[in-house]
Write a protein that binds this ligand. Structure first.
Ligand SMILES: C[S@@+](CC[C@H](N)C(=O)[O-])C[C@H]1O[C@@H](n2cnc3c(N)ncnc32)[C@H](O)[C@@H]1O
Length: 345
């Protein structure tokens, strides 16, 4: 950690800071933040790191809903991390379409540069977005474990009073305090005694912009993230440091901090923008319906060594394991267009 962490400076000047500000600095503060120092995959594994089959199934999904045409739709991945999914998508979409199309990515950490994808320049036009500014065209937005990496605030109801959880520094340790919140006096929200409501202002900003764009120009958004089919109003913050779960207040710049996505809330929001929402369904179900089994069999045929075969089998199992990523990660698709996606139930 750099000598002067911004969190400590802020807390020596303020009595408390919001949880979202604290998490934002823990993860993204220049030079100190977790994602500015650690590459995705050092403490936790994401689906594209396990196998190319993940991205290939997403390509199959888009080729099926687009009937292989892809027309003039741009692809935009939010938070691609080290870019593995983007790589797999570009390669497999090119195999299907045999034509270059436009790919964009928006990534806050500096690890992924367009230059590191230049070996794919014969298969796609790739642009890094410095700002979330969109062309007046349809886009397919791809988000794998993006929303659960965005900072949140937590609110609690106790004895009919609404509190916001905030962070203070006490005896050189970070602690949570509860401050009366005016937020809910202005909004009608179904929150009972003891409930914890998790709200990500940044997620809402992104979703509002994406949904507005989908409503006007068409396209769609596919979301893969950790979260239940129906989220309970409880504290779901989780921090991982050196592959182990720990308290997010204890090692601020050393831990990855995430929370569970509320898919039903995203769905409700999309409906307000006149969109259709499909799912959430388990990652396993999505992958099976988009050909992971067939792809697995085909890949095993080309493998020369037992070691590679075992690795492929193990990664196939991890991607689809109902007790692991296959079940815990859910998939949702949202678009303006009505689609025949009966398996998304
Ligand atoms: C959990 S990682 C997932 C990475 C990748 N999608 C994968 O599946 O391997 C979340 C990623 O989102 C990026 N990110 C977080 N907030 C962002 C923002 N506001 N804009 C762009 N990228 C962001 C992080 O830097 C990180 O690379």
């Amino acid at each position: 950690m750099k000598k002067t962490s911004k969190i400590k400076i802020l807390l020596s000047n303020h009595k408390s800071i919001s949880m979202s500000r604290f998490i934002n600095l823990c993860l993204y503060e220049t030079g100190n933040g977790y994602y500015t120092k650690k590459k995705v995959g050092e403490d936790f594994v994401t689906s594209p790191q396990l196998s190319q089959m993940f991205g290939e199934c997403i390509s199959v999904f888009f080729s099926l809903i687009q009937k292989k045409t892809f027309q003039t739709t741009n692809f935009l991945e939010l938070g691609p991390g080290n870019g593995l999914l983007l790589r797999d998508l570009i390669r497999s979409i090119y195999k299907i379409k045999k034509e270059k199309i436009n790919y964009f990515f928006l990534e806050k950490s500096n690890f992924l540069k367009v230059n590191s994808l230049k070996d794919l320049s014969d298969k796609g036009n790739i642009t890094k977005l410095e700002k979330f500014i969109l062309e007046k065209k349809p886009y397919y937005f791809i988000c794998n474990e993006f929303f659960d990496a965005l900072p949140i605030n937590q609110f609690e109801r106790k004895k009919n009073i609404f509190y916001e959880k905030r962070i203070i520094l006490k005896n050189s340790k970070f602690e949570i305090i509860r401050k009366k919140s005016k937020f809910f006096s202005r909004k009608k929200i179904d929150i009972k005694e003891g409930d914890v409501l998790e709200i990500s202002p940044l997620s809402n900003l992104y979703l509002n912009k994406i949904f507005k764009h989908l409503n006007i120009y068409g396209g769609g958004i596919i979301i893969f993230d950790y979260g239940p089919l129906v989220k309970k109003k409880i504290d779901t913050i989780q921090a991982i440091r050196n592959k182990k779960i720990n308290n997010f207040l204890e090692h601020p710049y050393e831990s990855d901090i995430t929370y569970h996505i509320d898919f039903q809330e995203i769905k409700e929001k999309s409906l307000k923008f006149g969109l259709k929402a499909y799912g959430p369904i388990s990652q396993k179900k999505f992958l099976y319906y988009n050909g992971i089994n067939e792809r697995f069999i085909s890949l095993t045929k080309n493998l020369q060594s037992d070691k590679k075969l075992k690795a492929l089998e193990s990664n196939f199992r991890r991607l689809t394991d109902p007790e692991g990523m296959g079940g815990l990660i859910k998939c949702m698709y949202i678009s303006k267009k009505e689609l025949d996606l009966s398996y998304f139930k």
